[in-house]
Ligand binder design. Structure first.
Ligand code: HEM
Length: 496
């Protein structure tokens, strides 16, 4: 009967029938349940994907909250994402309902890069919990929070100072140097090695990392997330994301092979050795996922997450203190008073440097390094802010909306270290300071990042006064991919 019906139709009618059928299927698939968060009208198939201002998407998402309220839904291609905004609601999702929102949603980009469910960042459930716990313990065993790591960071600060001094007062772009210096810290913990600032192979790897992180957060990444089956076969910059990750993974696989060649069970040197020991120990079952793929993917996550975010924060530090020379002078006066010029800073100094500590916090707030956040997913049906969130819904607890929340910060749009100082000039913690997110998925490297930020920041401003070229106005807008980084700029480092 269907065959005779189709035979009686011409091509135009079949196409029309197909389009109507797809529209109805799309409508049924994306029908929103009762009490679901509101949001702008979505087009069939593409949803709201092309409404988004791809250059400053975090600003666009923040503005939508002014129209639809602090919880709203957008359809990005085939999938719905619920955006949660403002300190109170983000805290309720990440901390109040920590277990309900601890998983990550499935992502076609991550599925291709991480071959399924591996890696610290994209994985969920038992495997993620087991690997996160193992990684935190192992990083502690290899120095996190201890003097040995502090000494390694201080040594790297000396190399960085020497390299900046060798520019002899000429203008230079600090980005590659900062990336290399910061990366060397996580590389020492994961691979037991650092890379010289002149190492061209390593420079290429870092460039690929920066490019992949940038592209993932642009329209190219979003188009692949929305239409992987089509985008896979189309030319475009999304292909560079996978090429870059493949090259970085190959670089890490080489490190793993090097470790396997001279592995000594009695003397684990770093994260890779500890992971191999865990694989060999026989104490894990297959569901724990301790295998060689897991080792490469975890190392990839630590390497990437441990480089880009911290060095971008230091780039914002240079830019903001060049733009605010009075703040730079006050920081230097405190450094001179507490640390002086004859020794390197140590973490013990932080308690005596409230102004510097406040400035670093304010740089992280206004730099807004991870403007969206990592995506989360509801592990069961729940209610948030009075709205129904069905199991499996992707959730974006937006960090921009917390770091710039008008009801939490006195001057949200202004660089104001006073946000972190009380009336007596003592450092004060702020609940809405959430650049590392919060809850079960809070940044795994927070402690390491805070240590690196303090020691690199103080070492740089202890040694140099920074400025930029005459007549150049540095922009606070920045480039937005997954991270928010300053547009390229050149600095002068004047030895003090
Ligand atoms: C200033 C520096 C840093 C910032 C602003 C930052 C921020 C973040 C944010 C916002 C997340 C997502 C949290 C969520 O989904 O709720 C995250 C996750 C993560 N970060 Fe960081 N991060 C920084 C440094 C580091 C460092 C140095 C490491 C290296 C150990 C690291 C490792 C990770 C890992 C492995 C995750 C995934 C955690 C998980 O899903 O369980 N981060 N970070």
């Amino acid at each position: 009967m269907l065959t005779s019906l189709l035979q009686s139709l011409d091509l135009k009618s079949i196409l029309l029938f197909l389009v109507i059928f797809l529209l109805i299927a799309d409508y049924i698939k994306n029908r929103r349940p009762a009490k679901y968060p509101p949001g702008p009208l979505a087009l069939p198939f593409v949803g709201n994907l092309f409404n988004i201002d791809s250059k400053q998407q975090h600003i666009y998402f923040t503005k939508l909250a002014e129209v639809y309220g602090n919880i709203y839904a957008l359809r990005l291609g085939q999938d719905e994402v619920v955006f949660v905004t403002g300190y109170k609601m983000v805290k309720e999702a990440l901390v109040g309902q920590a277990e309900t929102f601890e998983d990550r949603p499935s992502s076609p980009v991550a599925n291709r890069v991480y071959q399924g469910d591996g890696g610290l960042f994209p994985s969920s459930g038992h495997k993620w919990r087991r690997h996160r716990r193992f990684t935190l313990t192992t990083l502690k065993n290899f120095g996190l929070g201890k003097k040995t790591l502090e000494n390694a960071i201080c040594q790297e600060c000396r190399y960085l100072q020497e390299e900046m001094e060798s520019q002899k007062g000429d203008p230079f772009d600090p980005k590659d140097l900062l990336n290399n210096a910061v990366s060397n810290i996580i590389c020492q913990m994961v691979f037991s090695r650092r890379y010289d600032y002149t190492d061209d192979t390593f420079k290429k790897i870092i460039h690929m990392m920066t490019e992949a992180i940038y592209l993932e957060g642009t329209l190219w990444g979003q188009l692949y997330e929305a239409f992987p089956a089509i985008m896979k076969y189309l030319p475009g910059r999304h292909n560079d994301i996978f090429k870059d990750y493949e090259n970085i993974s190959a670089f890490i696989r080489k490190e793993v092979e090097r470790h396997k060649d001279n592995f000594d069970l009695e003397n684990p040197r770093d994260y890779i050795d500890a992971y191999i020991t865990e694989m060999k120990s026989g104490s894990c079952n297959p569901a724990d996922g301790f295998d060689e793929t897991g080792l490469v993917l975890n190392s990839l996550d630590l390497f990437i997450a441990g480089t880009e975010t911290t060095s971008t924060t230091l780039l914002w530090a240079l830019l903001l203190l060049i733009k605010n020379p009075d703040v730079q002078e006050k920081v230097q006066a405190e450094i001179d008073h507490v640390v002086g010029q004859s020794r390197q800073p140590s973490m013990d100094d932080r308690a005596n440097m409230p102004y510097t500590n406040a400035v670093i916090h304010e740089i992280q707030r206004i730099g807004n390094i991870v403007p969206l956040n990592g995506p989360h997913m509801a592990t069961k049906d729940t209610t948030l802010g009075g709205y129904f969130i069905p199991k499996g819904t992707a959730l974006m607890p937006m960090l921009t909306s917390v770091l710039f929340d008008k009801s939490e910060w006195e001057t949200p749009e202004e660089f104001n270290p006073g946000h972190f100082l009380d009336s007596e000039g003592k450092f004060r913690r702020r609940d809405a300071f959430m650049p590392f997110s919060a809850g079960k998925r809070v940044c795994l490297g927070e402690q390491l990042a805070r240590m690196e930020l303090f020691l690199f920041f103080v070492s740089l401003f202890q040694k140099f006064r920074f400025s930029t070229q005459e007549g150049v106005e540095l922009s606070l807008q920045g480039d937005v991919g997954v991270t928010h980084s300053p547009f390229p700029f050149k600095i002068f480092a004047h030895t003090r």
